[in-house]
Design a protein around this ligand. Structure first.
Ligand code: NAP
Ligand code: ZN
Ligand code: ZN
Length: 349
C-alpha cells in the first residue's frame, strides 16, 4: 500500500481537515496517478454533508482529477509514465451489463463504482477521491487530457464538462436552438460555453442579478434575472431546451412554462425533492428528464471537443486549506465559476 496525504470529512457535521489514506499498489491493469489539480463540485458538498443519505466517513471527496501517470502495471498498454490524464466521477463498473457494453458505464446495472464514497469491486475497500496526492485507477477508467487546455482549467471538465455536454448532445441540441441554462455555477458556466460551441443561442436564468456581465462574456446572448416573477410570463414558451443545474430547491413548474411545444427540460442539479404538477407537462406536450454525468467514451469525446473549440472552465485556484471557505462561498452562489484545488498545497508524502 502507498501512504497518501489527503483531506477528509470525518463526519457530516465536521469541516474537512488533513487525513492520511492508503492507495493500492498498481495491479497489472492499474495506473498510479500523481494528482496535480482537483475541481470542487457541489456534489462534494452534498456528499460530505451527508445530504444524499449514503455517506461513508471518513470521506475524501473530489471527482474532477487531473494528474500525471507515475507508474503503470505490467499489462497496461494505453498509458505511459508522464502522460497527462484525468479521472472523473467513477473508477469502475461491471463491464458486462447492457449499459457498460453500450459505453454508458454511468448507468451500469450493477451500479458504478464512484470515485469516492463507494466500495471497490472485489476488495470492498472504501474509495477515496481527488482531494489527495495520488490515486490508483484501472486503465480503462482513465481519460487523456488533450494538449492545449491549461491543466487547472481542464480538471472541471471531468464532471461539470461531461455532465452538461452529455445531455445537450443526447437530447439533440441543434445549431440555432434556443437553450436556457438555469443556474450559473460550475455546471451552468460549462453548459453556457459548450451550448454556445454547439451553435445554440444560450440564455442564462439566474437568481443572482450580479452575474449578467459574466453570462454574456461566457458566451450567452441573453440574461434573465429570475428574482422578478414576471419574467416567467414574459418569456413563456420560448425555449427548445432547458438545462437545470440548480443545487437548491426551486419550482420546476415555473421553469417548464418557459419551454415551447415538445421542448425538453433536463435536470442535472440534485436539490431536495420538489413537487411537479402534471399540467406543466400536459399542455404543449413537454418533456422533463434527467441525466447523469457521461460514459468513458463520451467523456473523452467531450475533452477533445473542448480542446478543438477552445473551451475550458473559468477557475479560481485555491489551496487545500481553503476548502471549507470555498464550500461556504459555493453555498451562497459566490463561485466564478469553479474552485480548483492546487494539490501541491497538500502535505508532501
Ligand atoms: P454550484 O457551482 O454551486 O452552482 C449551483 C448554482 O445554482 C449556483 O451558482 C446558483 O446559480 C444556483 N442556485 C443556488 N441556489 C439557488 C437557489 N436557492 N435558487 C435558485 N438558484 C440557485 O454547483 P454545481 O457544482 O454546478 O452543481 C449543481 C448541482 O448539480 C448540484 O446539485 C450537484 O450535486 C449536481 N450535479 C449533478 C451531476 C449529474 O450527473 N447529474 C453532476 C455533477 C453535479 P445562480 O447564482 O446563477 O442562480
Ligand atoms: Zn461532480
Ligand atoms: Zn455494468
Amino acid at each position: 500500500m502507498i501512504a497518501t496525504p489527503a483531506y477528509a470529512a470525518e463526519s457530516a457535521k465536521a469541516p474537512l481537515g488533513p487525513f492520511s489514506i492508503q492507495r493500492r499498489e498498481p495491479g497489472p491493469r492499474d495506473v498510479l496517478i500523481e494528482i496535480l489539480y482537483c475541481g470542487v463540485c457541489h456534489s462534494d458538498i452534498h456528499q460530505a454533508r451527508g445530504e444524499w443519505g449514503d455517506a461513508m466517513f471518513p470521506m475524501v471527496p473530489g471527482h474532477e482529477i487531473v494528474g500525471r501517470v507515475a507508474k503503470v502495471g505490467a499489462e497496461v498498454q494505453r498509458w505511459q509514465v508522464g502522460d497527462t490524464v484525468g479521472v472523473g466521477c467513477f473508477v469502475d463498473s461491471c463491464r458486462h451489463c447492457e449499459a457498460c457494453e453500450a459505453g454508458e458505464e454511468q448507468y451500469c446495472h450493477e451500479g458504478l463504482t464512484a470515485t469516492y464514497n463507494a466500495r471497490e469491486r472485489g476488495t470492498q475497500a472504501p474509495t477515496y477521491g481527488g482531494y489527495s496526492r495520488r490515486i490508483t485507477v484501472d486503465q480503462d477508467y482513465v481519460l487523456r487530457v488533450p494538449e492545449g487546455i491549461p491543466l487547472e482549467r481542464a480538471a472541471p471538465l471531468l464532471c461539470a464538462g461531461i455532465t452538461t455536454y452529455s445531455p445537450l448532445k443526447h437530447f439533440g441540441l441543434k445549431p440555432g436552438d434556443a437553450l436556457a441554462v438555469v443556474g450559473l455555477g460550475g455546471l451552468g458556466h460549462m453548459a453556457v460555453k459548450i451550448g454556445a460551441a454547439m451553435g445554440a443561442r444560450v440564455t442564462v436564468l439566474s437568481h443572482s442579478p450580479g452575474k449578467q456581465e459574466d453570462a454574456l462574456a461566457l458566451g450567452a446572448s441573453e440574461f434573465i434575472a429570475t428574482r422578478d416573477p414576471a419574467v416567467f410570463s414574459e418569456h413563456a414558451g420560448r425555449f427548445d431546451m432547458i438545462l437545470d443545474t440548480v443545487s437548491a430547491a426551486h419550482d420546476y413548474n415555473a421553469y417548464l412554462g418557459l419551454l415551447r411545444r415538445d421542448g425538453t427540460m433536463v435536470l442535472v442539479g440534485v436539490p431536495e425533492p420538489g413537487v411537479l404538477a402534471a399540467p406543466a407537462l400536459i399542455f404543449q406536450r413537454k418533456r422533463l428528464t434527467g441525466s447523469l454525468i457521461g460514459g468513458i467514451r463520451e467523456t473523452q469525446e467531450m475533452l477533445d471537443f473542448c480542446a478543438a473549440h477552445r473551451v475550458a472552465a473559468d477557475v479560481e485556484v485555491i489551496k487545500i486549506a481553503d476548502i471549507n471557505a470555498a464550500y461556504e462561498r459555493m453555498l451562497s452562489s459566490d463561485v466564478r465559476y469553479r474552485f480548483v484545488i492546487d494539490i501541491a498545497s497538500l502535505a508532501q508524502g
